[in-house]
Design a protein around this ligand. Structure first.
Ligand code: SF4
Ligand code: SF4
Length: 306
């Protein structure tokens, strides 16, 4: 199967980021030049795992008589390794990077939640948590792929170190939730405060279905993320992609805050009321209220406190 989804280059290879740096006469990304650069250590960690994303497949293949049973086993293994939620789906070309030939037909998706309480500790704490979760994701996907290969089926780990998977459509079809106005997928339990990882495989799996619970209707009238975005980067009107509604983020307006500013920007996700709205988590509701009080004091569209 050949992928058809355009891939944005990440990190220093991102052409838009390079253009914006050149326009400003900068040769380095300010967000990544802080003395306490948590990103660099994290990047070394997941790059070190790339060699293990694939490996030998056990020649003695487990007989799969019931895909539902093995699917439960795989999801339970993902949770045992540290995931908060796992789902499965059939790969389609929109889930794969443009032009990449994927030898597998199925995907296991999982997420690891970020600790919401970090929003009260400033942008560096939020950034540190993000990269800590990304490292755990790399670890889980590497171990889960090895577990599936041990069952006698090919499997690759996909994480920040190396991936050919498009996170949003894959998570959507694996039943994690709906796309919010802020451009991230919202899950009823974990909101959008998580990071995903993937394993592609030919192991027969039972597939999950898209999960819709009213997010996109709610977003039509909410606008909290848009009204808090320091770059005014979140659009008012939606577009349709493969029949799925989504709101565009203008990256030229986002990058001055998410890349070219000292403070890490995760504001659009952290101001979203879904952090407590569906799960009824009173602790998160209280944290949300304190965080929004801070944002009101700072004038809503300000960057996060350092
Ligand atoms: S803050 Fe409001 S508009 Fe933005 S994604 Fe969340 S629910 Fe939707
Ligand atoms: S990361 Fe920050 S600047 Fe970018 S869309 Fe979200 S709130 Fe706006």
């Amino acid at each position: 199967m050949i992928g058809i989804s355009w891939k944005r280059e990440q990190g220093p290879a991102d052409p838009l980021l390079r253009k914006m740096l050149a326009e400003r006469g900068l040769d380095k990304v300010p967000q990544w030049e802080k003395e306490d650069d948590v990103r660099m250590a994290a990047s070394k960690y997941w790059t070190g795992l790339v060699k293990d994303r694939d490996g030998p497949v056990n020649p003695v293949q487990r007989e799969i008589t019931d895909p539902a049973h093995i699917t439960e086993e795989i999801k339970a293994k993902a949770v045992e390794l540290g995931a908060d939620l796992a789902g499965c789906g059939a790969l389609t070309p929109i889930m794969i990077d443009d032009g990449f030939e994927m030898p597998h037909r199925n995907v296991v998706s999982f997420i690891v939640e970020e600790q919401y309480t970090k929003v009260l500790d400033g942008s560096l704490a939020i950034e540190r948590e993000t990269y800590d979760v990304y490292m755990r994701v790399a670890d889980i996907s590497t171990k889960l792929a090895a577990f599936i290969r041990e069952l006698g089926f090919p499997a690759w780990a996909h994480h920040n170190g190396s991936t050919q998977i498009q996170a949003i459509p894959t998570m959507y079809y694996c039943g994690f939730g709906e796309l919010g106005r802020h451009g991230s997928l919202i899950n009823p339990t974990h909101a959008a405060n998580f990071r995903p990882g993937f394993v592609t495989t030919n192991l027969p799996l039972q597939y999950d279905s898209p999960l819709e619970f009213g997010v996109q209707d709610y977003c039509e009238n909410c606008n909290i993320c848009r009204n808090n975005c320091p770059g005014d980067a979140i659009s008012t009107d939606h577009v349709l992609t493969e029949g799925v509604k989504r709101w565009r983020i203008d990256m030229e307006k986002c990058y001055p805050f998410s890349r070219l500013h000292d403070a890490y920007c995760h504001i659009c996700v952290d101001v979203c009321p879904y952090v407590f709205k569906e799960n009824g988590d009173d602790d998160k509701r209280a944290i949300y209220k304190s965080y929004m009080k801070q944002r009101k004091e700072d004038g809503y569209r300000s960057p996060n406190r350092l």
